[in-house]
Ligand binder design. Structure first.
Ligand code: FMN
Length: 147
């Protein structure tokens, strides 16, 4: 059970990191299918968010109604395409920070190194981030996407 009991109007946010279980072409294929499913399912569940991947890692933020976040994260948790899930933050949210996308995605590139370094990361190891740093990285990468 997640702890969202005091969420105002039931809006919740969850951020987690995980490690992919596939490499190379399989990783790209996994990401493609994950995004197709996510965009469709999240639209039906009023979930918005952002998925960042790179170096075999995922960092994802999900925002939406508490019950939908719980149900979606339960499916994600059981997904055998990744492992070592670390919940970085979970709780009520006052507003959506990623309201424009049912699930946008970003692949870490060389140009992101500087940003990662400001959070103390020499590689993309998002499981090491705390809530504030994870949100800052997600928001910065998200703001570079077209809205
Ligand atoms: C890194 C990662 C992120 C995912 N993100 C979402 C998501 O945002 N929404 C979603 O519905 N499923 C997401 N999934 C897929 C779910 O784990 C699951 O496969 C999908 O919801 C279909 O579930 P079902 O086959 O039980 O219907 C994600 C999976 C992975 C590995």
């Amino acid at each position: 059970m997640l702890e969202f009991d005091d969420a105002p109007k039931g809006l919740a946010r969850l951020i987690y990191a995980s490690r992919s279980l596939s490499v190379g072409a399989d990783f790209s294929e996994d990401v493609r299918t994950i995004l197709l499913t996510s965009i469709h399912q999240n639209r039906m569940s009023a979930i918005t968010g952002f998925l960042v991947m790179g170096e075999g890692r995922f960092l994802q933020v999900l925002e939406g109604p508490l019950a939908e976040i719980e149900a979606t994260f339960e499916r994600i948790r059981q997904d055998e395409r990744h492992t070592d899930l670390v919940v970085i933050a979970q709780g009520p949210a006052e507003r959506r920070m990623f309201r424009d996308w049912n699930m946008a995605h970003h692949q870490i590139v060389q140009a992101d190194r500087m940003l990662l370094a400001t959070a103390g990361l020499s590689e993309f190891t998002p499981e090491a981030l705390d809530e504030a740093e994870a949100l800052r990285i997600l928001a910065t990468l998200g703001s570079r996407h077209l809205r």
